[in-house]
Write a protein that binds this ligand. Structure first.
Ligand code: ATP
Length: 255
C-alpha cells in the first residue's frame, strides 16, 4: 500500500461530549457560558437566488455552535437542510447573513477575513457521498493534501480512522466505483476527519451504513463539533446536543 503522507499520527483520544442543558432560544448559552466555536447570524436564502420575488428557503437563522456540540438539522425533504450547510461552508451563495469562527484569543473571524480556503478547511462540508471521483481513495487523499491550505497542516491517518469503522486498508487502493456506497461514505468521512477541521458539516453521514457501522461512526463523530443532518428520529435522539428544525414556511427553531 502506498504511504499517504509522513506527517500523519493516530487520531487523538475521544473527548467526552457535553450534555445539552438548555432549550428554546437559538442563541442560548448551552454550555454554561463557554464561548462558541461557530456563530451563524441572520442566515437567509431564497429558493431561487436569481429572483427577488422568490420565496425564502430559510430566513434570519441565528445560532451558536459550541465545542463538542452536535447540532442536528431536521426538516422535511427539500426544506433547505443541505443548502444551509452549504451556505455555512461558503459553497452556496446566500442573500444575507454572516458566519464567524473562533480563532486565537477568541477573536471571531468571517470567511472574508480568514479567506475562503482556510474557512472551508476549518468548517468542512462532507457530502452524503463523494462526488464522482476518478482514481482511488488514496489518489483522493493525495489530492486533498496537495491543496495549499492542507499541505500546511498536520493530518491524522485516514486509513487508521476508517479501519476502526470496518474499512480494510486494501480498499484504499480500489477504484471508487468498485467500492460499495457504505465503503465510499466511510472513506470520504475518514478523509474529512483526518484533516481535523474545527467544525464538521455532515450531510446524512451514515445514510448508506448498516446499524453496526452506523454505531461505530456515531461513536467517533459524536465527540466532534458538528452540524449533522439526519432523517432518522432515533439517531437524532442518540446524538443531538440540540436540534435545528427548518420548516417549510422558512421559519426555524433551535431546541
Ligand atoms: N443546485 C441547485 N440548484 C437549484 N436548486 C437547488 C439546488 N440544490 C437544491 N435545490 C433546491 O433547493 C431546495 C432545498 O434543497 P436541499 O437539498 O437543501 O433540501 P434538503 O432539506 O436537504 O432535502 P433532502 O432532505 O431531500 O436532502 C429544494 O427545493 C431543491 O430542489
Amino acid at each position: 500500500m502506498t504511504a499517504v503522507s509522513d506527517n500523519y499520527g493516530a487520531i487523538p483520544p475521544a473527548v467526552p461530549s457535553e450534555t445539552a442543558t438548555t432549550s428554546g432560544t437559538a442563541l442560548s448559552e448551552h454550555s454554561g457560558g463557554q464561548a462558541p466555536v461557530l456563530r451563524v447570524r441572520e442566515m437567509t436564502k431564497r429558493r431561487d437566488e436569481s429572483s427577488s420575488e422568490s420565496d425564502y428557503l430559510f430566513y434570519d437563522v441565528n445560532f451558536d455552535l459550541h465545542e463538542n456540540e452536535v447540532l442536528v438539522v431536521r426538516g422535511p425533504s427539500g426544506v433547505g437542510k443541505t443548502t444551509i450547510l452549504r451556505c455555512i461552508a461558503q459553497l452556496t451563495p446566500h442573500e444575507a447573513g454572516i458566519c464567524s469562527l473562533a480563532t486565537k484569543g477568541d477573536v471571531f473571524r468571517t470567511p472574508l477575513q480568514l479567506g475562503t480556503p482556510v474557512w472551508r478547511a476549518d468548517v468542512m462540508y462532507v457530502p452524503q457521498r463523494p462526488a464522482q471521483l476518478a482514481g482511488t481513495p488514496l489518489d483522493f487523499v493525495d489530492m486533498v493534501n496537495s491543496f495549499k491550505v492542507q499541505a500546511e497542516r498536520e493530518h491524522y491517518d485516514p486509513i487508521e480512522i476508517a479501519e476502526d469503522w470496518g474499512i480494510a486498508p486494501e480498499l484504499w487502493d480500489k477504484k471508487w466505483p468498485e467500492l460499495s456506497g457504505g465503503e465510499q461514505q466511510r472513506i470520504a468521512l475518514a478523509v474529512a476527519l483526518s484533516c481535523d477541521p474545527k467544525v464538521l458539516l455532515l450531510d446524512e453521514p451514515t445514510s448508506a451504513l448498516d446499524p453496526q457501522a452506523t454505531a461505530m461512526v456515531e461513536d467517533t463523530l459524536a465527540q466532534r463539533t458538528c452540524i449533522w443532518i439526519t432523517h432518522d428520529d432515533l439517531q437524532a435522539k442518540r446524538i443531538a446536543s440540540r436540534t435545528l428544525t427548518i420548516r417549510p414556511d422558512a421559519t426555524y427553531e433551535v431546541v
